[in-house]
Write a protein that binds this ligand. Structure first.
Ligand SMILES: C[S@@+](CC[C@H](N)C(=O)[O-])C[C@H]1O[C@@H](n2cnc3c(N)ncnc32)[C@H](O)[C@@H]1O
Length: 290
């Protein structure tokens, strides 16, 4: 709940601390700005200009929830959580500490909830620009606080407050990650790799992973974040039935360039089940000291 992470949150306009008011129906900053908490439990923390786009649609969020809950990405979920556990262990926090986690572009909160379950006393902000995702995030775990915000803006998070950040197939803001990380904090990033879902690409006409994605991530990070552990390549087969394939296609924009009718026609021609490769790479960063 937002209560669990209130000391980590900040006014998106000026970075001042927030406090819950009127039984946490709104958050008010030291500088007097007020942000209503939606009845579903999430809060939108956007500065004056508001949010510039909507992120994932309701249909995409529902498809993601279906796909993840079938366990097809379990090795990814385990790998991210294990990395987050290592980071918190390496931070060597006091026994009384409540490790502070942040997941950016957190979607339904499936990964965040798994990590919160695996780290005693931890609490976590699930941040996403999609209101539909935030509704899921708000109920993904009792120690998760759901925030609607744009990762490209100033993050509504207190400087130096976060022990571990995770980013799974979502955008990153290295300068802001550097600012919000605690001194021993680190970032885990999972990015899809060439070969990810390859078996679906040709029959369904979905777009491949662009080349140079990892190189660009390191270029963007330069001066703000530096590598803190050797990258790990993850690759595993998934047995997907048609319903799972439909959920996989529905949760990403990669098939949006062909019409729904054409997609349905191509889906109907697929075998009942397919063996499909999942492939991604896990990178770890710490803040470059200022
Ligand atoms: C591919 S999904 C990944 C979701 C989740 N990490 C997972 O793997 O299940 C990308 C997510 O990033 C969110 N997103 C896209 N642009 C964003 C932005 N500028 N700021 C915050 N979230 C954003 C989308 O709404 C979506 O939930």
């Amino acid at each position: 709940m937002l209560k669990d992470v209130i000391d980590l949150l900040a006014d998106p306009n000026d970075g001042t601390a927030l406090a819950g008011k009127d039984d946490f129906s709104r958050l008010v900053s030291e500088s007097g700005h007020s942000f209503d908490v939606a009845r579903q439990g999430y809060v939108t923390l956007a500065g004056g200009a508001g949010l510039k786009h909507n992120g994932d649609s309701l249909e995409m969020v529902q498809a993601r929830e279906t796909y993840l809950s079938l366990g097809h990405f379990a090795p990814f979920v385990e790998a991210v959580t294990n990395s987050m556990i290592e980071i918190v262990d390496e931070a060597d926090l006091s026994d009384a500490a409540q490790p502070a986690l942040l997941e950016v572009g957190a979607g339904t909160g499936f990964y965040l909830a798994h990590t919160l379950d695996s780290i005693d006393n931890s609490r976590g902000i699930g941040l996403d620009i999609s209101v539909h995702a935030a509704k899921h995030l708000a109920k993904c775990h009792s120690r998760a606080g759901a925030v609607v915000a744009d990762v490209w803006d100033r993050l509504p998070v207190r400087s130096g407050s976060i022990d571990a950040i995770s980013v799974v197939f979502a955008p990153r803001n290295p300068a802001e990650f550097q600012r919000v990380l605690a001194p021993k904090g680190q970032v885990v990033v999972l990015t899809p790799q060439a070969g990810h879902l390859d078996e679906l690409r040709e029959p369904l006409g979905i777009v491949g992973v662009e080349t140079g994605k990892v190189e660009r991530m390191y270029e963007q990070a330069a001066g703000f974040l530096e590598q803190s552990a050797a990258p790990v390549e993850l690759s595993f087969p998934m047995e997907l039935d048609r319903a799972s394939i439909a959920a996989q296609v529905g949760m990403s924009p990669s098939a949006r360039h062909i019409s729904q009718e054409e997609l349905a026609r191509r889906m109907a021609e697929l075998p009942e089940t397919m063996r499909v490769t999942a492939r991604a790479r896990l990178d770890r960063f710490r803040a470059v000291s200022k």
